[in-house]
Ligand binder design. Structure first.
Ligand code: G6P
Length: 616
């Protein structure tokens, strides 16, 4: 939620900031703003709306303005309007701040600052940060041998409880940019005589692939001469410059109209990359280097808890089936937001595994911290390298799915399921299943990317099905067994980008209530692929058909029997039931995509949503 970007270098800052904000716009898009620092003067432009709206109110870039900060907002405190939009200037007019995160004690600090004479103009929590820094800067003495701006930032941040990724400027320091981080992402791109601070590498890679990742409670001070990082107690931190592992091409649309469609179509490749080098059929091994030193503990574990939010939660549910089926380990999947407040019982021998695309989801991160505090081993299945969850967990497995920009998660889901499948096979091989069975599983898993390519060829056909049902405002998604989480995911996808109400259910549960919803022509999407529950789901299809529901079926290629029940048929290649979710989810992703486009929605930036939910 919210994206920040800042530039200090020799180039004209404004276009670089605008480009950076556009790349971060998936993080929030209800208001946006820029502040430029030039000759000791701070100039701010901000507005409600998107980056395009901001561009409309900007003056022509001034070549000599080479330092600035920018923000794209997803509102938490205060409605989206131009006053609440960032950057926020302090009451002395010297300090300007952009912020991603939430300040929990802002109300107490605000009251105190007001009693000290500070004026507030917005409803945001962020204004407390600029005013607090401004207050210490105006009233404090600083520390000997330290620049007072840096001192005031450290001093103010010691008072703040909450999360922040910050970029800060001070009019008295026309050549200095300060960044700070706690709980929200912040990366410093280190270029050739230029620096970019940003919430995400996407805003940086066009300029440099060298970066540092400050840790929590660190302040990074940047000038044309270089940068240094310190703790809030002014202890110098040695940073290692790392390479950003993705390219500009990966985050550009190419020939696709939307990131979501691009990412759906990328899945054969992203899955091949995710599994490449890890499935070693010849030696009958799955190689998961990141958790190698925990495999022994995992093999002996008595219980595994997956914790995640949104689509990653659905991947966890598939993981639950996989782990129980292949490794015979009791497994549960918990919403991170529930787990963290539930006083969970984590007996000795329980391993918690957090699943997250971004690695920044606030609830998942809090669940990780909670599990660690209780002494559990906590592993991560994360896409974004160096993200907070990746760094907080004891060890983990990266998805290597490449950057996911579309707010509705697609390729991360299939990669999460692929990683869970690999881990389940490896644990199964060590605990429960025969070597032969493990090899068969590996061979089948390796075939999944090609099978997805075949499903993608039906995109136009799926578009026609979406078009035929586009006026319907209530849909059902039904599946059983391994495909029950896929039904949940299909419904979530449709809701989040098409704004069509949808329910996902284990098909047999329909009879316990939702069947009352069925009216003539209501679309019911059944995942009825071949597997142990095929006959059961046929019964469920008949029940809906008898009540006038419109039957859309995802079935196995060559299933002629099902044709007579289906109003619309989509097929997927044959695969063992345990790996079907990576196939059956593809038509549902495409269905949601086409429905959203047909309804005229902004697919990559759905209403009220943000890609990375860094607030509770
Ligand atoms: C948001 C996104 C979802 C995503 C969820 C969890 O709600 O819109 O697509 O599944 O966050 O995100 P994570 O980055 O932790 O996987």
């Amino acid at each position: 939620m919210c994206g920040i970007v800042a530039y200090l270098g020799k180039k004209t800052a404004q276009p670089i900031l605008i480009e950076g904000l556009k790349r971060l716009e998936y993080r929030g898009y209800d208001s946006a703003g820029l502040a430029m620092l030039s000759g000791g003067i701070i100039k701010i432009k901000k507005t409600k709306g998107r980056i395009n709206d901001l561009e409309k109110i900007l003056d022509k870039p001034i070549e000599s303005e080479t330092i600035g900060i920018g923000h794209t907002r997803w509102a938490t405190h205060g409605e989206p309007n131009s006053v609440n939009a960032h950057p926020h200037l302090d009451y002395t007019g010297k300090i300007v701040v952009v912020h991603n995160g939430i300040i929990e004690n802002y109300s107490t600090l605000k009251t105190w600052l007001q009693s000290e004479g500070a004026k507030f103009v917005s409803d945001t929590d962020t204004e407390v940060i600029s005013n607090l820094i401004g207050y210490f800067y105006a009233t404090g003495n600083g520390a000997a041998g330290q620049n007072k701006f840096e001192w005031a930032v450290q001093r103010a941040l010691k008072e703040i409880h909450g999360t922040y990724g910050l970029a800060i400027l001070c009019s008295d320091f026309p050549d200095t940019l300060i960044g700070a981080k706690n709980g929200s992402p912040l990366i410093l791109g280190v270029g050739d005589s230029e620096y970019l601070l940003a919430s995400d590498a996407a805003a940086i890679v066009e300029h440099t692939t060298q970066a540092i990742y400050p840790a929590n409670n660190e302040v990074v001070v940047i000038t044309a001469a270089g940068f240094h990082t310190k703790t809030l107690d002014n202890v110098t931190v040695t940073e290692t410059i790392k390479k950003i592992e993705f390219s500009l091409e990966q985050i550009e649309l190419g020939s696709f109209p939307h990131h979501m469609l691009k990412e759906i179509f990328e899945q054969p490749k992203s899955l091949s990359t995710c599994m490449g080098g890890r499935i070693d059929i010849q030696n009958n091994r799955i190689k998961l280097g990141g958790i190698a030193s925990y495999l022994r503990e995992l093999t002996r574990t008595r219980r595994i808890i997956f914790t995640a939010c949104g689509t990653a939660f659905h991947a966890g549910l598939v993981g639950e089936f996989l782990f129980e089926h292949l490794a015979r380990i009791p497994t549960e999947t918990e919403y991170a937001s529930e787990f963290r407040y539930r006083n969970p019982i984590l007996e000795d021998g329980t391993v918690v595994i957090a699943i997250s695309q971004s690695g920044e989801t606030a609830d998942t991160l809090a669940a990780v911290e909670q599990a660690k505090e209780r002494g559990a081993t906590v592993l991560g299945i994360v896409n974004v390298v160096g993200s907070s969850i990746a760094r907080t967990t004891d060890a983990g497995i990266y998805l290597h799915a490449g950057p996911e920009i579309g707010v509705a998660s697609t390729k991360a889901f299939t990669a999460q399921v692929a990683v869970l499948s690999m881990l389940a096979i490896e644990l199964g091989r060590r605990r429960h299943i025969s070597s032969f069975h493990a090899t068969e599983c590996m061979k089948e898993l390796a075939k999944i990317p090609d099978k997805i390519s075949r499903i993608l060829q039906q995109s136009d056909h799926i578009k026609q099905i979406a078009a035929a049902n586009i006026d319907r405002n209530n849909w059902l998604f039904l599946g059983r067994g391994f495909n029950y989480p896929v039904a949940l995911e299909g419904a979530l996808k449709l809701k989040e980008i098409s704004y069509i109400h949808a329910e996902g259910l284990p098909a047999a549960e329909m009879k316990h209530g939702p069947i009352a919803l069925i009216v003539d022509g209501m679309p019911a999407v059944f995942i009825a692929t071949e597997g142990p529950q095929y006959d059961k789901i046929m019964g469920n299809i008949a029940e809906v058909k008898a009540r006038g529901g419109k039957i859309i079926v995802v079935a196995t290629e060559g299933d002629n029997n099902i044709k007579k029940y289906a109003d619309h048929l989509i097929t997927v290649p044959d695969a063992p039931e345990i790996f079907q979710p990576m196939l059956t989810v593809i038509p549902l992703q495409l269905m949601a995509y086409h429905a959203a486009v047909l309804r005229g929605h902004d697919v990559d930036k759905p209403r009220n949503l943000a890609k990375s939910v860094t607030v509770e």
